[in-house]
Ligand binder design. Structure first.
Ligand SMILES: [Zn+2]
Ligand SMILES: [Zn+2]
Ligand SMILES: [Zn+2]
Ligand SMILES: [Zn+2]
Ligand SMILES: [Zn+2]
Length: 301
């Protein structure tokens, strides 16, 4: 009895809504020229209409930007906006693809931030989606710490203007102190010594951890790749510079989670190039590329 009522109300709600969205659909077509990566509608997820922990509301889906008219009942998020599991999944997936490391509501005029557990519950994330979301969040958060840092004195967030100089001027502290306040992007202490410099400042122990890792990490012993000796277990992605560790399993290639380029962990060439003269489980024709002594900088097109 309850089940059939739940289903009927779901359909009734949608037929009413079809009229409401007609004009919005035309607008959305104009506004959203970029296609959202989305879950095919045939895999639409629906809430259990009897879930007592979900607050159902009789409103439009605030995240259905492409007017796909999802069938699930609408539920209210902590910020008050109404969602369906699939519209919420698609929105959060889009945020992650854009490099965000936080889930911010896309409802009009809303900038509320949802926790991962709220998104997980309300988007009915599948185990695969949960894994993808967690990985992507971790990568995005790591990337954001690469491009921003906090001033060691006033804690304001700064971006480096010149990628080849570790010396950074904090405008807030400069104004407060009435003299230029510069700190080191690498060791986060007040700057010491001449500038510009891209390797280190003159504070004791200031060093580039990534370069140190590339230099000192142990060699890898592949489980199934034959005839490779002396290959370091950590490499900087040859395209974007992200540090990556091979898990020893499978073939010698790796797909970088940041730039998506597939490269050979042994010779550091683009994988398709390496494959012209070698096999996925064999030594490379050009041998093992030496340990990297600088980190490639990604030149985005
Ligand atoms: Zn909201
Ligand atoms: Zn400061
Ligand atoms: Zn330093
Ligand atoms: Zn990369
Ligand atoms: Zn190779």
């Amino acid at each position: 009895m309850f089940t059939s009522l739940g289903v009927i109300s779901c359909y009734a709600h949608n037929s009413v809504r079809r009229f409401l969205v007609a004009s919005r659909a035309r607008m959305a077509g104009l506004l959203h020229s970029v296609t959202l990566p989305r879950v095919p509608t045939k895999h639409e997820k629906c809430y259990d209409p009897h879930d007592p922990t979900v607050k159902f509301v009789d409103k439009e889906d605030d995240l259905d930007f492409l007017c796909e008219d999802f069938k699930s009942r609408r539920a209210q998020m902590s910020c008050g906006h109404a969602v369906t599991p699939t519209s919420l999944t698609n929105w959060c997936r889009k945020l992650l693809e854009q490099g965000e490391s936080r889930f911010v509501c896309g409802g009009s005029g809303c900038s509320a931030e949802w926790t991962f557990s709220e998104v997980w519950k309300m988007a009915l994330l599948t185990p695969q989606e949960t894994e993808h979301f967690r990985n992507k969040l971790a990568v995005n958060a790591a990337l954001q710490t690469l491009i921003t840092k906090s001033c060691p004195v006033c804690r304001s967030t700064l971006m480096r203007e010149n990628g080849s100089d570790l010396n950074v001027l904090c405008k807030v502290c400069t104004a407060v102190k009435g003299r230029p306040f510069e700190f080191c992007w690498q060791c986060l202490r007040e700057w010491k010594g001449p500038r510009p410099r891209k390797d280190r400042c003159e504070n004791d122990g200031c060093c580039n951890q990534s370069l140190k890792t590339l230099k000192t990490c142990p060699d890898i012993s592949f489980d199934s790749v034959e005839g490779v000796n002396g290959c370091p277990s950590v490499r900087a992605c040859p395209t974007c510079g992200l540090l990556l560790e091979h898990n020893k399993r499978h073939c010698k290639s790796l797909v970088c989670p940041r730039c998506k380029v597939k490269f050979c962990f042994v010779c550091l060439k683009i994988f398709t190039k390496c494959m012209k003269t070698s096999g996925p489980y064999a030594a490379c024709s050009s041998g093992v590329a030496p340990r990297q002594t600088s980190i490639p900088v990604w030149k985005k097109k």
